[in-house]
Design a binder for this molecule. Structure first.
Ligand SMILES: [Fe+2]
Length: 193
């Protein structure tokens, strides 16, 4: 924002805008925008290698985003919001994580890879719409310090990026079905830095 505009809006207004953009809700929306951009790039990419690279990046973003939401954001708002909204979000995360686990276990040359990623993108776009049109506006009115929560979420993001992500129950589930034998040890997913 230019200094001129800051002057026009006044210091107080600027502070308010800054804190809302930088808090937990603003952070989730920025994550959503990043992932939607990756979906668009995937759709317009023509070369297979390019599509695979974009899909890998989107999956990594989604893994980190959903871990942070489930560990920190959802529990904080679940205390106040009705279970209906939150349970639906849980189920949408579950579907996305199942598709992600299948994509990660799949050879990128598999001719269903693109189709599965497209279904993941459609499902996540729907989930983002529901969060941004319903859950997040409701959350905004709650007596929660979203600034402090956002800082906690950023710290957790850095931690996950440094240590790698633990496998989700969906990863274990998919691996079990595919091997039809004892579940092998699953190494944390690699992290794009
Ligand atoms: Fe979510």
């Amino acid at each position: 924002m230019s200094n001129w505009l800051v002057g026009e809006l006044g210091g107080e207004m600027f502070d308010w805008l800054t804190s809302e953009e930088n808090d937990a809700i603003g952070m989730l929306k920025r994550d959503h925008d990043r992932v939607k951009t990756l979906f668009e790039q995937f759709e317009t990419a023509e070369r297979k290698a390019e599509k695979q690279k974009i899909a890998k990046q989107a999956i990594q973003e989604l893994r980190v985003h959903s871990a942070i939401e489930e560990e920190l954001f959802y529990p904080a708002v679940r205390e106040h919001l009705k279970n209906g909204v939150m349970n639906e979000a849980d189920e949408e995360h579950h579907v996305a994580k199942l598709l992600i686990a299948e994509l990660d276990a799949m050879n990128a040359d598999n001719d269903h890879f693109d189709a599965k990623f497209t279904v993941l993108a459609e499902s996540v776009r729907h989930h983002i719409k529901e969060e941004e049109n319903d859950m997040l506006p409701k959350a905004r009115d709650l007596p929660i310090d979203f600034r402090a929560l956002g800082e906690k979420m950023e710290r957790r993001r850095a931690e996950l990026q440094a240590t790698g992500l633990p496998p989700t129950p969906e990863d274990t589930m998919v691996r079990k079905v595919r091997t039809k034998g004892p579940v092998p040890e699953i190494k944390p997913a690699s992290v794009i830095k």
